[in-house]
Design a protein around this ligand. Structure first.
Ligand code: PAF
Length: 282
């Protein structure tokens, strides 16, 4: 069982990490935006199996939200988040900086990502991966962890983070952790709290449509037919907008006209005002 410490400052964070590192401890970072659910807690437990010291960052990163998105409304629940982390007994340190600590006045640096950042989420949220890449690079540089753990629910984000870590020569191994789901299969997400009861029922069908698509692809059905039918199935299930449901190379996210493994099916769709994403290995 560990005792949780909390710090809002990068210099204090570094001071706390130094003796752990000098003592030879392996350090894991779990970056989050707070509003923690069981999916996050599974990342933290996973981190605790792979490293002696676990740092969780909690920061709602303004640069990954477009002006029309939910930055102001995004749930901020630091105290209950810390209680949940403390209850796991798996976390040593929470880094919860202010926006000014991460982006001091005059901040003028940002990363531009190509490769796996192209298409999919970027077609609908063009600002998103630049913001994610910049903040994740800052977090990795501040903590310099041996490993950092990201959930596979944000599969494109996981590949983007792997790419930037390689490109910037950062000494951190990026570990992907499996999606945690509700009993009807809905992938856990901090944004699920926005769903009303009718929308929640519809949301639970996204993973079923993906699972059915995977099944048909494994049986040898054509990729384009399965993609078209799956988009229709989402519409019929009650989704209001389907941004994409598409089969991609699992390493590069290049479109696949024929199934070649490793492959992944990825989807983004909106129910009411809530945009959901999910994906599955084929
Ligand atoms: O996945 C998230 O919660 C965020 O995009 C991340 C990686 C913490 C960066 O702000």
């Amino acid at each position: 069982m560990k005792t949780l410490q909390i710090t809002p400052s990068i210099s204090q964070l570094r001071r706390q990490l130094t003796p752990w590192r000098e003592g030879g401890a392996r350090i894991a970072l779990v970056p989050t935006m707070g509003a923690l659910h069981n999916g996050h807690l599974s990342l933290v437990r996973h981190a605790n199996l792979l490293a002696q010291r676990v740092v969780v960052s909690i920061f709602v990163n303004p640069t990954q939200f477009a002006p029309h998105e939910d930055f102001a409304a995004y749930p901020r629940t630091l105290k209950p988040d810390c209680d949940k982390l403390s209850d796991t007994g798996a976390v040593d340190l929470v880094f919860s900086p202010s926006p000014e600590e991460m982006y001091p006045p005059g901040f003028a640096t940002g990363l531009t990502m190509g490769g796996p950042a192209r298409g999919l989420e970027s077609d609908f949220r063009p600002h998103f991966f630049g913001g994610v890449a910049t903040v994740v690079a800052k977090l990795l540089i501040a903590v310099m962890p041996d490993i950092a753990i990201f959930g596979e629910k944000d599969y494109q984000q996981l590949l983007v983070v792997r790419q930037l870590t390689r490109d910037l020569g950062l000494p951190t191994e990026i570990v992907g952790a499996p999606i945690v789901r509700e009993s009807d299969g809905l992938a856990l997400s901090s944004r699920n709290v926005y769903l009303n009861s009718g929308e929640r029922l519809i949301a639970g069908k996204l993973n079923r449509v993906l699972a059915e698509a995977c099944q048909r692809l494994r049986e040898g059905e054509a990729v384009t037919a399965v993609e078209t039918d799956s988009a229709n199935a989402l519409r019929l299930a009650g989704f209001d907008t389907i941004d994409y449901i598409t089969v991609r190379d699992a390493h590069t996210l290049a479109p696949l006209n024929q199934l070649e493994r490793p492959a992944r099916i990825l989807a983004a769709a909106t129910v009411g005002k809530t945009r959901l994403i999910d994906n599955m290995e084929i």
